[in-house]
Design a protein around this ligand. Structure first.
Ligand SMILES: C[S@@+](CC[C@H](N)C(=O)[O-])C[C@H]1O[C@@H](n2cnc3c(N)ncnc32)[C@H](O)[C@@H]1O
Length: 273
C-alpha cells in the first residue's frame, strides 16, 4: 500500500524534488547515478511527483552532482576505511547504499526530525548507518558523532537553505569536531540563486533560498581559513556531459569554454580540512 507523507515544511518538501530527479535518472536508457532504490521509494509514496514538471537537463544535473559527491566520498573511504561519513540534509537519498562502505565506516544521515521519521519508514536499515533528526544549524547534534576519526561530509542540496552565517558556523563546527577530513557540496553563484526563480524545475524552492551565493570558491577559504579547495567540479566540463541530449550537450560545451560561463551551471566543491 502506498505510504502517505506527513505534512512537511516547504524546505523539507524539497527532498521530494531531488529524490524524483534521481528516480527519473534511473529510468533513463543511460542513467548517470543509477539509483534504482530512489525509484522504488518514489513508487512507494502517495505523492504527486508529476507536479514538479522536471526538465531533462535539471534532472541530469541533480543526478550528476550527486554522482560527483559519491565519487569524493568513495575515494575518501577507500583511503580511510575507519572513516566517519556524514550526509547533511540527507532527505530520502540512499547515498550510503550507492557507496556501500565497509562495516568499519560509521555513516550518519542527518536531516530535520520529521524527515528522519519518514526516512525510517522508507529507507531500509543498514549496518553502521545511523540517523540524526536535527536542524544542522543546532550546535548540539554533533555530540553523538565520533570525533577521533577522519570524516567525509557531503551536503547535497543543503547549502542554499542556510544563511551565510549558519553555513560558516556549521562548517567551523564540523572542522573543529574531526581531526581531519574532506567535504563535498553543491555551491551556488549569485547568478544560480537568481536562476532558480526562472528555471521550471527549481521555482518550487527559489523562495526558500537564504544563501547569497559565491562567485569564486576561494571566497569560502577566506570565510573559513581551515578549508582548502581540492577541486572545483564544474559539471559543464565533466565527461558525462557527452551523453546528454544534443541541445543540452552543446549548451554545456559552450559553457565549458570558460570558467566564468561554467560557473553559471551546477558546481560541486570538494574541500579538505
Ligand atoms: C534539496 S533537499 C536534498 C535532499 C537530499 N540530499 C538529496 O540529494 O536528495 C534538501 C534537504 O535539506 C534538508 N535541510 C534543509 N535545511 C536543513 C537544516 N537546517 N537542517 C537539517 N536539514 C536541512 C531538507 O529537509 C531536505 O531534506
Amino acid at each position: 500500500m502506498a505510504i502517505t507523507l506527513p505534512t512537511l515544511t516547504p524546505v523539507e518538501d524539497s527532498l521530494l524534488l531531488t529524490l524524483y530527479c534521481k528516480a527519473l535518472d534511473s529510468r533513463l536508457p543511460k542513467p548517470l547515478l543509477s539509483d534504482a532504490m530512489a525509484d522504488e521509494i518514489v513508487r512507494k509514496l502517495d505523492y504527486d511527483f508529476e507536479q514538479f514538471k522536471v526538465n531533462n537537463n535539471f534532472l541530469r544535473n541533480v543526478a550528476l552532482r550527486s554522482k560527483k559527491m559519491d565519487e569524493v566520498a568513495s575515494a575518501f573511504i577507500r583511503h580511510h576505511p575507519d572513516a566517519v561519513g556524514l550526509d547533511l540534509g540527507a532527505g530520502l537519498d540512499t547515498r550510503v547504499f550507492r557507496l556501500a562502505p565497509p562495516a568499519t565506516v560509521d555513516w550518519y544521515d542527518v536531516d530535520f526530525p520529521a524527515v528522519i521519521d519518514v526516512r525510517k519508514r522508507v529507507v531500509p536499515d543498514r549496518e553502521n548507518v545511523h540517523v540524526i533528526g536535527a536542524d544542522v544549524t543546532d550546535p548540539n547534534w554533533l555530540n553523538t558523532v565520533p570525533s577521533d576519526r577522519p570524516a567525509v561530509i557531503v551536503a547535497d542540496g543543503l547549502m542554499g537553505f542556510l544563511t551565510k552565517d549558519d553555513f560558516v558556523s556549521l562548517l567551523n563546527r564540523l572542522i573543529d569536531h574531526f581531526p581531519t577530513g574532506e567535504m563535498a557540496f553543491n555551491s551556488y553563484t549569485p547568478f544560480a540563486v537568481w536562476a532558480t526563480t526562472v528555471v521550471r524545475g527549481t521555482k518550487s524552492v527559489s523562495g526558500m533560498l537564504k544563501f547569497p551565493g559565491v562567485d569564486d570558491p576561494r571566497e569560502l577559504e577566506s570565510w573559513i581559513p581551515k578549508l582548502k579547495l581540492v577541486r572545483e567540479i564544474l559539471l559543464a566540463r565533466e565527461p558525462e556531459i557527452s551523453d546528454y541530449p544534443t541541445a543540452v550537450r552543446l549548451a554545456n560545451r559552450f559553457m565549458a569554454t570558460s570558467v566564468a560561463l561554467s560557473r553559471k551551471g551546477t558546481i560541486v566543491l570538494h574541500f579538505r580540512f
